[in-house]
Design a protein around this ligand. Structure first.
Ligand code: HEC
Length: 113
């Protein structure tokens, strides 16, 4: 009987742990690069990823290997996300056009370029 209680308590703890882990995972917005690649199709109209050639916008090949964005800010998730949200100078603003998940996935994909 005692043993049974222990196991039950253990599994409750385990589920709580799992739920907390899942919630934390969503919070940090770990994206999926494969889904990001699909979502990026709408960006690929204007951005090359295989060559350094400028289309409508600058090539994003090796983006996260660069030190700075064209606007002079350091390349990091926050600044790239800000560019995606705000657009400008010919780029549409995606703040309301993409879900937080889409954006996290696109960021994950951009990291692979
Ligand atoms: C209609 C064309 C167009 C589309 C569509 C577009 N962009 Fe852009 N993008 C641009 C232009 C033009 C710039 C340069 C803006 C500037 O110089 O301020 C740019 C700049 C950027 C930059 C900064 C690059 C750098 O080197 O500083 C990033 C990152 C970026 N876009 C990502 C995206 C993503 C992700 C999407 C899709 C969700 C997207 N863009 C869709 C035209 C576009």
């Amino acid at each position: 009987m005692r043993r049974y209680t222990l196991i039950a308590a253990g599994s409750v703890l385990f589920s709580a742990f799992l739920a907390a882990g899942l919630a934390a995972g969503q919070k940090t917005g770990k994206g999926d690069p494969a889904k990001g690649k699909e979502a990026f199709e709408q960006c690929a109209v204007c951005h090359n990823v295989d060559t350094d050639e400028t289309k409508m916008g600058p090539s994003l090949k090796g983006l996260f290997k660069r030190k700075t964005l064209k606007n002079g800010k350091p390349v990091n998730d926050a600044n790239v996300l800000a560019q995606i949200n705000a657009g400008g100078n010919g780029m549409p603003a995606y703040a309301d056009m993409l879900s937080a998940d889409d954006k996290a996935n696109i960021l994950a994909y951009l990291h692979t370029l």
